[in-house]
Ligand binder design. Structure first.
Ligand code: NAD
Ligand SMILES: O=CCS(=O)(=O)O
Length: 455
């Protein structure tokens, strides 16, 4: 039996089965990427930019093919998959633009005695070879968020996609090579866990750019030693509705940022905190909007919620919902499953220590929690091992600024949900949500080092 079977999460059909690669293939590919550093060193920034522009164009030209592959592999609805390719286009375009402006700074030595009349010229230089490891849920855009900036910075790249995403990843690499990214500059492998760890520890790998869960991140950190780590990890992001918040806008954000992608987003609105004064009105609007969502075949254009990535993922979400209900939670909508599909589910009266609330729950379920004061809200939101993003609906700018300062997150969106993301904004969290920042310009710096010339 093959090491891995790609099974369509909606219809359980076998798409492909294959064996993982081993340490020998990792060593052989890294030998190519060492040679590729000379190719990168000889490629000026404007040529790297042009290659990334061509990649952006190819992503648009092959959008439907890429979107269908994502839907087949992950069960993401075709409408969400198309949006992902539009986002990947922006990410590639942003990488192309930033490649032309990786600027450093000049320093005068006369800031401190003795007088030496020296000038320091500080430039950003590539680290060398970056191992880019991506998760299942946004297989193309998250890969472009790694490959694009790594290439723009002048690195060579070993790209390790999720095992479920082999075909979409292969097409992405085909497009990168068609855009003239040399094969000695970008290589893709799907090694087994041991060989992946071998790559992490390999002396010719200078940085690990990883997006995924905490368990994998911890395993990588153990093998990586003091290499540069860029970790984009989990989230348990709050969507907050204050007593003066726009309830229709908040419902729209909650629906799109929790039930789209079947809730499988690091920045999904996984916990909803609603001021008690508007709790009933918000809940009624939310249920009424949720009832209208189409659930089912992700290949249909009008489907809003498709299946989770596999049965184990659906089992975990169902068990957490069942446990919350057993613990006294009230079901306002949903609590239904068919195959790998979990219906959009809305609960309230949930215990604050329920696993559904305390852990990162990767599914279309919304726990609603009423609160009465800002101090209570801050304590509830910060009582998490994660700290990725947050969103608050309020008209009080002073309150929003207070929450910006008091919440342990990497981003606070005002009158939007925690799922807000612009590809060129800095992206990342605190605590167990990760280390470092993506967002094209910031990722370029993470995969570079500052080199100073003194004149
Ligand atoms: N912060 C972000 O930008 C972001 C974005 C998407 C997903 N995520 C997180 O990713 C998780 C869901 O994605 P997933 O299920 O693919 O995550 P995962 O951690 O299971 O896998 C992520 C990647 O790491 C690889 N991997 C797994 N174990 C490994 C190990 N021991 N050593 C090296 N590599 C290993 C996988 O093959 C995959 O390519 C969630 O926690 C989600 O919050 C975070
Ligand atoms: O899973 C999170 C990825 S994104 O949609 O926030 O970029």
């Amino acid at each position: 039996m093959a090491d891995y079977q790609i099974i369509n999460p909606y219809n359980n059909k076998l798409i492909e089965e294959y064996d993982f690669t081993g340490r020998k293939q990792v060593d052989a590919v890294l030998e190519k990427l060492v040679a590729g550093r000379e190719v990168q060193a000889a490629t000026p920034a404007f040529e790297r930019s042009n290659i990334l522009m061509r990649l952006a164009q190819l992503l648009l030209e092959r959008k439907e093919e890429l979107a269908c592959l994502i839907t087949e592999e992950t069960g993401k609805t075709i409408s969400d998959s198309r949006v992902e390719i539009d986002r990947a286009y922006n990410t590639a375009l942003g990488s192309a633009m930033e490649a032309r402006s990786i600027s450093g700074e000049a320093l005068d030595s006369d800031a401190f005695p003795p007088q030496r009349e020296k000038i320091g010229v500080v430039l950003w230089k590539p680290l060398g070879t970056v191992l880019c490891i991506t998760p299942f849920n946004f297989p193309i855009n998250i890969a472009v968020h790694k490959v694009g900036p790594a290439f723009a910075a002048g690195n060579t790249i070993l790209y390790k996609p999720g095992p479920q995403n082999k075909r979409s990843a292969e097409l992405l690499v085909e497009l990168c090579h068609a855009a003239s990214m040399a094969e000695s500059v970008l290589q893709m492998l799907i090694p087994d866990i041991d060989a992946t760890g071998h790559a992490v520890a390999h002396p010719e790998v200078h940085a690990i750019n990883f997006t995924g869960g905490t368990a994998a991140a911890n395993a990588i950190a153990v093998r990586a030693g003091y290499k540069k780590l860029l970790f984009e990890l989990g989230g348990n992001d709050p969507l907050i509705v204050m007593e003066d918040g726009d309830l229709d806008a908040a419902v729209n954000a909650a629906i799109n940022q929790r039930f789209a992608t079947a809730g499988q987003r690091c920045t999904a609105a996984k916990r909803l905190f609603v001021h008690r004064q508007v709790f009933s009105a918000f809940s009624e609007k939310l249920v009424a909007a949720t009832e209208k969502l189409k659930v089912g075949d992700p290949a249909q254009d009008d489907t809003f919620v498709g299946p989770l990535i596999h049965s184990a993922a659906a089992d975990q979400v169902q068990q957490r919902i069942d446990a919350a209900v057993t613990g006294g939670a009230r079901v306002l909508f949903g609590h239904r499953r068919e195959g790998n599909i979990i219906w959009p589910t809305i609960l309230d009266n949930i215990a604050d220590d329920a696993e559904l609330v305390c852990e990162e729950t990767f599914g279309p379920v919304m726990p609603l929690r009423a609160f009465d004061s800002v101090d209570e809200l801050v304590a509830l939101v910060n009582n998490s091992s994660f700290g990725l993003q947050a969103g608050v609906f309020t008209q009080q700018l002073s309150l929003a600024k207070q929450l910006f300062n008091r919440l342990d997150v990497g981003l606070l969106a005002i009158n939007d949900g925690p799922g807000f993301r612009a590809e060129h904004f800095p992206f990342g969290g605190v605590k167990e949500s990760g280390v470092g920042r993506e967002g094209v310009r910031y990722a370029i710096r993470e995969m570079s080092f500052q080199k100073t010339l003194v004149i």
